[in-house]
Design a protein around this ligand. Structure first.
Ligand SMILES: NC(=O)c1ccc[n+]([C@@H]2O[C@H](COP(=O)([O-])OP(=O)(O)OC[C@H]3O[C@@H](n4cnc5c(N)ncnc54)[C@H](O)[C@@H]3O)[C@@H](O)[C@H]2O)c1
Length: 389
């Protein structure tokens, strides 16, 4: 039978249905994030409420507190900050069951099942996280998981030993643009990935704030997000070589880096290039502008992520991009950005035993890469992974 004969015998309605199917992209829920309707119903009836604590309610902890306060899975919220003024501000916004300036009070409360740790400076992450795990709490810790690699190893081993959930706040994984990169790689739209680029630049105000409180590099504090999500999107490929350079021009003695570029080679030859800068003019308090480009054998994906589609121009401040921050913003009754989704997702993991999206060993791998980047920049030569020095 000729193909023409086949066409003649075809059901025209079937053809119309096929055309429609081609025109309308199939809805493919990302496995692990979306469950079936039946599973959702069953899980809902099985879901349990629990009490949680938030330690450090500054910028990020404040977002998490307000989000958690509105989450029906949280029966009681307890918050802590060592700055009484900030604590009072967040008390007003999140109306917790209790508040304190001593986090050990939250950890001593047996009813508290889980804590989120959003403290600065970053050296506080390890000791507070360790105390929380020793007290038997599930933990979401903001990045970086710890300051030193041995500290991260200790926290991961402790969580495993005690059967506790530990995850790290890599909020960009909950940015729909980043999720789209993962989807386009996984479903083959881009073909075989060849190279991925992310250039992230934050405003000088935020840059000075971060560099004023920690000696961690721009790779560790900023590029860490891009390294995390690109390694996640490109897994199971593994990083084998890292080369990095730091530019420092504003400070004559070169003591404060303005920018750090890092190139990572994966074990199949795919390359990742990540730039992190901290000297952008003031586009908004905590302004962040990111350009991402993924090139594969079958296509490319380009994402410009600074929410510049929302531009505010006022006589007082000139042009501003009020939705450009990395964790996102509350806008009246809704939240624009990834941190509220991430907060609710982790609560759901603890409530229903759902696997976390960011495994602590993944954060540990990112740490290995940014530490290698810093060594590379210092030595002015590529560093091979795993390191044997
Ligand atoms: N995922 C993201 O998009 C994102 C964005 C910004 C910051 N971060 C990370 O989140 C963390 C918090 O950053 P931030 O900008 O919210 O910082 P922040 O300085 O605004 O808030 C930190 C708060 O921790 C409090 N604190 C310090 N020690 C404490 C202690 N022992 N007990 C209780 N409270 C204590 C401080 O008083 C402060 O209010 C940082 O580690 C940062 O790297 C993540």
């Amino acid at each position: 039978m000729s193909s023409n004969a086949l066409d003649m015998s075809a059901d025209p309605m079937q053809k119309a249905r096929e055309d429609r199917d081609l025109a309308v992209p199939r809805l493919r829920p990302y496995q692990g994030l979306v469950t079936s309707h039946q599973t959702r119903q069953r899980n809902r009836s099985e879901s349990m409420q629990f009490e949680m604590g938030i330690i450090g309610v500054g910028w990020c902890g404040g977002i998490r507190a307000i989000t958690a306060a509105d989450n029906p899975q949280i029966s009681k919220l307890h918050i802590c900050d060592i700055k009484p003024d900030r604590l009072q501000e967040v008390v007003k916004l999140s109306k917790p069951a209790s508040f304190t300036t001593d986090y050990r009070e939250i950890l001593a409360n047996p009813a508290v099942k889980m804590v989120m740790i959003s403290t600065t400076p970053e050296q506080t992450h390890y000791p507070i996280c360790k105390d929380a795990l020793l007290a038997g709490k599930h933990v979401l810790i903001e990045k970086p998981i710890a300051h030193q690699r041995h500290e991260a190893d200790e926290l991961i081993a402790l969580a495993e030993k005690k059967g506790l959930v530990l995850s790290v706040g890599y909020s960009q994984r909950f940015n729909p643009r980043v999720a789209y990169i993962k989807k386009a790689i996984e479903d083959g739209t881009l073909g075989e990935p060849v190279t991925a680029l992310s250039s992230r630049n934050i405003g000088a105000d935020l840059g000075s704030r971060i560099q004023g409180r920690t000696k961690l590099s721009l790779a560790a504090m900023e590029a860490t997000h891009d390294l995390d999500f690109l390694l996640w999107c490109l897994a199971p490929r593994k990083p084998i070589r890292v080369y990095s350079q730091i530019a420092s021009k504003r400070q004559k003695d070169g003591s404060i880096p303005d920018h750090q570029w890092t190139m990572v080679t994966l074990d199949d030859g795919t390359t990742i290039t990540v730039g992190a800068g901290a000297i952008m003019p003031p586009g908004h308090p905590q302004y962040c502008q990111t350009y991402m480009q993924i090139i594969g054998t079958e296509g490319t994906l380009t994402i410009y992520d600074d929410r510049s589609e929302v531009t505010l121009n006022t006589l007082k401040h000139g042009i501003r991009y009020p939705m450009s921050t990395m964790p996102g913003e509350f806008v009246g009754h809704v939240f624009e950005g990834p941190m509220a989704t991430e907060t609710n997702y982790f609560i759901d993991c603890v409530a229903r035993g759902k696997p976390v999206l960011v495994k602590p060993v993944e954060a540990r791998l990112v740490m290995e890469v940014y530490v290698a980047a810093d060594i590379s920049a210092e030595r002015n030569e590529p560093v091979t992974l795993p390191r044997n020095d």
